[in-house]
Unconditional design. Structure first.
Length: 215
């Protein structure tokens, strides 16, 4: 099987990113970009991000998860702590997040350390989820092999009967992580592949060093 993709080309012309126009704090630029993309570019699930971890087999692995909250402290998402990504984070908390918003010709790459958020915050988010999503979090041994879809559906049916008319409590193996950034790189597509790249690196005094990178 062979497919030549060398003629796939596009000229990026929707914006620019200049050092003189960026804030001192990268979280403010993330906020501004996210709001612009979510409001003006008709992007489905603008909060979809790729998280890359180093697995127990020492290979990197990337998958898409949903960002559920961002603050000046970092980026929060939720998952099964016993999943493959959860085990990878437990072994090595250094992770990378990335957003690619094709419609806006923008990308953000974030390096940071992941750590569990407080149990009460995970409880609060779990309570806000639809009931079906709550049951799904309990019924799925995420990343573990299963013999068939029917087995999963049957487990869900049993659980639905078990919790009928009852409040569903968050299982202790499910909750949130916050990724506290140490580096953020903002990429804006430009013509002739001379893209704009601005990198923020956290310094020892907790200020951010801002640099323009070659494309």
């Amino acid at each position: 099987m062979e497919k030549d993709l060398s003629d796939y080309r596009k000229s990026y012309e929707k914006g620019e990113l200049l050092l003189g126009n960026v804030p001192e704090n990268p979280l403010e630029l993330f906020r501004d970009w996210f709001i612009e993309v979510d409001t003006h570019f008709n992007v489905d699930e603008a909060n979809a991000m790729t998280i890359s971890t180093i697995g127990l087999d020492e290979y990197p692995k990337s998958r898409v998860v949903l960002l559920k909250k961002y603050t000046y402290e970092g980026f929060i998402f939720y998952t099964n702590y016993n999943s493959e990504k959860g085990q990878a984070i437990k072994n090595n908390p250094n992770v990378c997040l990335s957003f690619f918003w094709h419609a806006a010709e923008r990308q953000i790459i974030i390096k940071g350390k992941a750590e569990k958020i407080s149990e009460n915050l995970s409880d609060g988010y779990f309570e806000s989820r639809p009931r079906g999503s709550q049951l799904g979090a309990i019924v799925s041994n995420q990343s573990e092999p299963i013999d068939s879809r029917d087995t999963l559906d049957q487990k869900l049916k049993v659980l639905e009967e078990q919790y009928e008319g009852k409040e569903i409590e968050r299982p202790d193996f499910w909750g949130g992580y916050i990724v506290k950034p140490i580096e953020l790189e903002f990429w804006q597509g430009r013509p002739n592949r001379l893209h704009d790249r601005i990198r923020y690196k956290l310094q020892k005094d907790y200020n951010w060093k801002i640099e323009r990178l070659c494309p």
